[in-house]
Design a protein around this ligand. Structure first.
Ligand SMILES: Nc1ncnc2c1ncn2[C@@H]1O[C@H](COP(=O)(O)OP(=O)(O)OP(=O)(O)O)[C@@H](O)[C@H]1O
Ligand SMILES: [Mg+2]
Length: 321
């Protein structure tokens, strides 16, 4: 559905999107994850035909976004980051107006608007002025306008930003209902959201695509970089420096409880070597080793690792590692 080849977007001196390539198959639900300023919105604006790329080629259902933005807009529903909603209009009136702009007329238009209000669960708010709606309802109106022309694909820029937990659950369930045979791309800062909705994550950092895989795929790829949990009955400070001295290991976190047990979460470069050395250390010092276990790698660990590392160290996406 979406084919992106060597996409670059520059605003003057700023390179917002830096030579990104990927393909999104029809029916996929893809999450764009990345810190502020990563380039998610810029990428989405190009994918939806709202902004031309500086370099590279993007096609949507075979149409070039640069040469055929109208064909692209016909096939893609877009919920922008800031919804340009006419706040002095009533909900139904606004959707009727958008439907007209999108080429719908007469009964077909009336039916469509009623339908979409059902889908996005705003029928009971149709007579409200948009300015009087809560953020969550306004977001749903934004979603409704994106759906009016029955698009094959939906591009949603942070659909749940600023919503309360209840509204987040509601909008997620609407998006899930909508996905079905549609292709969906959504950007988010909420990792569990990406995990619960998306079949694939695209992690974007400083304009570069640093990973693209399912949660399982990412977890597998990063399993070797996971942590080890160590529980020791030992003087905490002494144990900490001794552990750090092994293979210059990175102690990620330490907790101590009143019983004198110290819990370390460490990220060694060589896990096997670390386990052996730690066992030897415990015997030598006569510290009781209560636990030595593999810590689970979470999407959060992976995300943090990818977006905090220097760009040169995140090359794995390109060299296939
Ligand atoms: N119209 C513009 N003019 C100049 N620079 C821009 C413009 N739009 C975005 N940028 C810059 O491009 C970079 C990427 O911005 P973009 O909005 O695409 O990031 P984002 O990933 O959507 O961030 P956020 O999570 O904060 O929404 C940023 O450095 C931003 O300052
Ligand atoms: Mg953005």
């Amino acid at each position: 559905m979406f084919q992106v080849e060597n996409l670059t977007k520059r605003y003057g001196e700023v390179t917002a999107v830096d030579n990104i390539s990927f393909t999104i198959e029809p029916g996929e639900i893809c999450g764009f994850l990345g810190p502020n300023g990563a380039g998610k919105t810029s990428t989405m604006r190009i994918l939806t035909g709202f902004m031309p790329p500086t370099e590279g080629r993007v096609t949507v259902a075979g149409f070039d976004v640069f040469k055929n933005p109208m064909e692209v807009k016909r096939r893609v529903g877009y919920l922008p980051e800031t919804t340009p909603i006419y706040t002095d209009m009533r909900v139904a009136e606004y959707l009727d107006f958008v439907a007209e702009v999108k080429g719908l007329r007469g009964n077909a238009k009336t039916r469509k608007v009623a339908d979409i209000m059902e889908v996005t669960r705003i029928t009971d708010r149709q007579r409200y002025l948009i300015s009087s709606l809560s953020k969550g309802y306004r977001q749903r109106v934004g979603l409704a306008q994106a759906l009016l022309n029955d698009p094959e694909a939906l591009v949603l820029d942070e659909p749940s930003i600023g919503l309360d937990p209840e509204q987040i659950i509601e909008i997620r369930s609407i998006i899930k209902d909508l996905s079905g045979k549609r292709t969906v791309i959504l950007s988010t800062h909420i990792l569990p959201e990406a995990q619960s909705i998306c079949s694939r994550m695209m992690i974007i950092n400083r304009g570069k695509l640093v990973a693209a895989d399912s949660t399982e795929g990412l977890t597998k790829k990063f399993a070797t970089s996971g942590r080890i949990n160590v529980k020791l009955l030992a003087p905490p400070d002494e144990a900490k420096s001794a552990i750090e001295a092994i293979d210059s290991v990175d102690v990620v976190s330490v907790e101590n409880d009143e019983t004198g047990v110290s819990v370390f979460s460490v990220a060694p470069k060589n896990k096997t070597g670390f386990r052996k050395a730690l066992t030897r250390l415990a015997v030598k010092k006569d510290w009781e080793l209560l636990e030595l276990s593999e810590g689970a790698v979470t999407l959060e660990d992976i995300y943090i690792k990818l977006v905090t590392e220097e760009p040169t160290q995140t090359k794995f996406a390109e060299n296939g590692e």
